[in-house]
Design a protein around this ligand. Sequence first.
Ligand code: ZN
Length: 218
Amino acid sequence: MKVCKGIELVGGIDPECNIYVVDGEFIVDAGTGLHFGTIKKEIEAVAEPDILKLLINTHCHFDHTGANKKFRDWLKVSIGVHPADKDAVETGKGSLAEMFGHTPRIMTVDRVLRGGTLINTKNFSFEVIPTPGHTPGSICLYDKDKKILISGDTVFENSVGRTDYPGGSKSELVMSLKKLSELNVEYLLPGHGSPKMGGISFFIKQMVNFLTEDKKYI
Ligand SMILES: [Zn+2]
């Protein structure tokens, strides 16, 4: 499904996360691997496999990383993740694989994506924005000119990421959301559920308010 010019959404049916194919050049998140055959066909319909060379994990959780090895075997892609989630991706510990009924998978990470790293394609320039909270190494990808935010499990259409899994932090999530609310975003492409257009900054500010107001009643 085309979500905006140059970006296709594949996967996304529970328990899979949304998988984005950006400009036919890189992929954001891998899914669990349970439906890899279907997802592979969806990707082949929208991109040239030879051109896809990078798979970015927005964070370490199994529903976003379980198929990393399958993608690497298929496309010989490099796998990129923020340093704070690198160990969890590599060892599978903290990936919540057990929660999805799987044993943790071991996988090497090829590329460490620090804040400020630019992922450039023919038509996009996405900056890596660290957004800890859901996990310590959660990242968003932001294209300033196109006003697109690929938000992983940090922000969804109507909610924000949960912080009660290992490594989660509500106070860090609030800081991350405050940072995101300053960005000029027209298209929100979350890790689950529907993309959202318009009113993004207002919505994120509302969520910050909701999360911080909450403290008064504890
Ligand atoms: Zn997650």
